[in-house]
Design a binder for this molecule. Structure first.
Ligand code: AHM
Ligand code: MG
Length: 353
């Protein structure tokens, strides 16, 4: 007998999400559906002769050239969230300052941080991209200042991402497990297909942009060297490597079958102590992965405990299978204490520390 499929709306009613949080998450789901519909058309032009591919001449606050789709997705997210009447303020990767929302109903109880389009460099090559979001309770006051947005990730009330791949999925947590929904093209609904996702504690698969190796700190050089040495090295097992370059897709793989994703601290640009942003990339992914039994760290502390200093702050991230994350934290601790042993980079004779 065909099993009854649970929609996102019914799931949120049945779980302990408050009515307002359920409404907010459904609005995010709708925004994701709208983006999904756009990505399906790729380079096919609309009636006005436009398509979603290509770059604009503009830069965002991060100094990155915006993709056409970055700006479209930002508008979709901003207007969908504002229309709920439940959001007091929001922060987008694409916008310098927090966006205050006029509270006409006195019901605006949330702050939402979002990366409307993660993995923009993958749009034109038709590789999976996504949207990431993080939800906090808003301080109850009028005229929020930027400092009111600086809340540690452990206080998130919900987090999630949409992934626009061969199928579109929405992965969410409200602090009671991590659950995956797949967009049904027929019914235009998100249906629960991956309840209670789990990240195995151990893994043999890692994801890192190795082209940055020369800029990494010693603990990361050591860890990756040992993974590459495989069964012949001190880890005594062969590792596999996967790197998509869209964090949503790399984290989705980890939530599906385990693994570890690293975007560590590097010395490439001293103004950037990491590549990814704390408030709308690292925090929401950390909550999702912790809720699935995994771990997320900067290498030196639990991600969700980091006290934010800036809404667009960058942070090193090591996320995924718990035992591997803890293994890497031990390497950082030993390095910081000066008790780490020198090691050779794989296939090199020089010893490092
Ligand atoms: P974006 O939000 O501007 O797309 O940047 C985030 C992306 C991540 O999805 C990905 O893991 C990382 O940047 C890749 O960066 P790089 O190619 O510079 O290593
Ligand atoms: Mg991003």
């Amino acid at each position: 007998m065909k099993k009854v499929q649970i929609s996102l709306e019914s799931f949120l009613q049945e779980t302990h999400a408050s009515e307002s949080l359920a409404t907010l998450l459904c609005a995010i789901a709708e925004a994701s559906q709208a983006i999904s519909a756009l990505t399906e058309n790729g380079a096919i032009e609309n009636k006005a002769g436009e398509n979603i591919y290509g770059k604009l001449n503009s830069e965002n606050v991060q100094g990155e050239t915006q993709a056409t789709l970055d700006v479209i997705c930002d508008k979709i997210f901003t207007s969908s969230l504002a229309a709920t009447g439940l959001v007091a303020g929001m922060v987008s990767e694409e916008v310098d300052l927090p966006i205050a929302v006029k509270d006409k109903t006195n019901k605006a109880e949330f702050l939402v941080f979002f990366d409307p389009l993660d993995g923009s460099s993958n749009v034109d090559v038709n590789v999976s991209i996504g949207s990431i979001f993080s939800v906090f309770k808003s301080p109850i006051k009028t005229d929020l200042s930027e400092a009111d947005y600086l809340i540690a990730g452990k206080q998130q009330v919900a987090a999630g991402y949409a992934i626009y791949g061969p199928c579109t999925m929405l992965i969410i947590t409200t602090g009671q497990g991590t659950h995956g929904f797949t967009l049904s093209r027929a019914s235009k609904q998100f249906l629960l297909t991956h309840p209670d996702m789990q990240v195995p504690a151990d893994t043999k698969e890692y994801a890192i942009n190795s082209s940055n190796q020369r800029y990494w700190e010693s603990p990361i050089k050591r860890y990756i060297t040992e993974c590459k040495a495989g069964a012949a090295g001190r880890r005594e097992k062969d590792f596999n490597m996967r790197w998509i370059g869209s964090m949503v897709a790399d984290v989705h793989r980890i939530l599906t079958r385990g693994g570890i994703y690293l975007y560590p601290k590097d010395s490439k640009d001293s103004a950037k102590p990491g590549r990814l942003r704390l408030m709308y990339e690292a925090n929401p992914m950390a909550m999702l992965v912790e809720q699935a039994g995994g771990a997320a760290s900067t290498g030196r502390m639990r991600m969700l405990d980091v006290p934010p200093e800036h809404i667009h702050q960058r942070i090193p991230i090591i996320i995924g299978s718990k035992n591997e994350v803890e293994h890497i934290e031990r390497y950082h601790a030993a390095f910081d204490k000066g008790t780490d042993e020198p090691f050779p980079l794989f296939n090199e004779r020089t010893f490092y520390r």
